[in-house]
Design a protein around this ligand. Structure first.
Ligand SMILES: Nc1nc2c(ncn2[C@@H]2O[C@H](COP(=O)(O)OP(=O)(O)OP(=O)(O)O)[C@@H](O)[C@H]2O)c(=O)[nH]1
Ligand SMILES: [Mg+2]
Length: 382
């Protein structure tokens, strides 16, 4: 799938992906994580040429994977001649990166850096750019020594987007200063957001949340008849879009926002808290799930735990099971697997606009009470 799309063009940097299987993480799971990592790489136009998996219960302090596996990867790189990077699915320490780069003689990145890079590429507004820059500096701070190594400086490109070369060559004190300036800037932007939200205080808020690529923006466009970018790429949306929607005479604000992913760098969640304010202040969440993916239950879990992390786990949720047009499992099986979640659900296809009326009905039922709370005279006025 991946190689098919990228073809054999020489314009893309070539990479090897590395992951480990443990007693807690089966081969199957590791393969799934690698498929997602390849998807992240594809978003950055990196061509993946091989995957390496090692069974390992505790990571090697020096090189994360064992020395035998490192040698295997090294000879593969030497034979291929044009591989420029090795990407690990797990977070590496600064010294592990340095040791691996010294042995493998190519760039060594981890999943976090890839995600940060995608965010940097996608960020459009001042707020998103500031948030990403802050997350990048926080990621770089404990790894500054790495940035002194010849390899990462010379190569540039992937993993190096954002803070410029000169800035990377500064000491920790200057980076810390930069972080505090970015924090101040974000505070100012956030205050403006608070004022905007306050001016909309008397409006009901519904927020679309979900795993990246689940179809959130497609649903937003169907419900709000808007034109938010929908793309078969991860993290197509970074900035929150808010639209006014009316269902059966009740008007509310609908927001579409950044998608979640497993192992989302904590610094990114922290920095995106202000973008995610629409989620935290929502009266109802539409949790969009791509039920055409085999791993929809895992995706639900990742989203739920991220919601918890941003303190949005007490908001009522409607589980919007999307892409029902493309399911390989039977809808009945999926439905019964969702029973344990104890949360209302509806099956739709945002793409084909199927069952949208049923979803609208559920939204209506969930916000009507809040509406009467805000407008007690609504019925009398009507
Ligand atoms: N088959 C099918 N594809 C869908 C459906 N809804 C969305 N898609 C496709 O899924 C892909 C991702 O859709 P988006 O709406 O951009 O997803 P998103 O959740 O906003 O993604 P991010 O903003 O990247 O987190 C696009 O290629 C959509 O056309 C659906 O109901 N069925
Ligand atoms: Mg989107």
């Amino acid at each position: 799938m991946l190689l098919g799309k990228l073809g054999t063009s020489n314009n893309f940097e070539k990479a090897i992906l590395v992951a480990v299987s443990t007693q807690y993480q089966s081969r199957d799971k590791t393969n799934e994580y690698l498929a997602e990592l390849a998807e992240l790489a594809r978003t950055l136009e990196i061509e993946v040429v091989a995957n390496f998996i090692q069974n390992l219960d505790s990571p090697n302090v020096q090189t994360f994977i064992g020395s035998g596996k490192v040698s295997e990867i090294k000879s593969f790189i030497e034979q291929s001649g044009d591989i420029t990077m090795v990407i690990f699915d797990d977070e590496l320490s600064a010294s592990q990166v340095r040791n691996l780069e010294n042995i493998l003689k190519c760039k060594v990145l981890d999943r976090n850096l890839l995600i940060l890079d995608i965010f940097a590429m996608r960020a459009q507004t001042a707020q998103a750019r500031t948030q990403v820059a802050l997350a990048q500096y926080e990621y770089l701070l404990p790894r500054l020594t790495r940035m002194w190594t010849h390899l990462s400086r010379q190569k540039g490109g992937i993993g190096m987007r954002g803070p410029g070369e000169a800035e990377l060559e500064t000491d920790k004190r200057i980076v810390k200063h930069k972080i505090s300036l970015l924090r101040d800037k974000l505070d100012t932007i956030e205050k403006q957001g608070q004022i905007q939200r306050k001016s909309r205080d008397r409006l009901i808020r519904v927020a679309i949340v979900g795993y990246t690529n689940a179809g959130k923006s497609t649903l937003m466009n169907v419900l709000a008849k808007s034109q938010v970018l929908e793309e078969d790429k991860l993290f197509a949306t970074l900035d929150t879009t808010v639209r006014r929607v009316v269902i059966n005479n009740i008007s509310f604000l609908l927001s579409d926002t950044v998608g979640f992913i497993r192992k989302l760098p904590h610094s990114l969640i922290e920095c995106f808290k202000s973008t995610l304010a629409e989620v935290v202040h929502a009266d109802l969440l539409l949790h969009v799930v791509d039920v055409s993916s085999k791993y929809y239950l895992d995706a639900i879990e990742v989203v739920n735990s991220t919601l918890k992390e941003i303190n949005a786990d007490n908001i009522p949720v409607v589980l919007v099971c999307n892409k029902m047009d493309n399911c390989s499992l039977s809808l009945d099986d999926i439905k019964s697997s969702l029973n344990i979640l104890n949360c209302p659900n509806v099956f739709i296809s945002a793409l084909n606009k199927s069952n949208i009326d049923m979803l609208k009905e559920m939204i209506y039922e969930n916000i009507i009470e809040k509406h009467y709370e805000i407008y007690p005279n609504f019925l009398a006025d009507a």
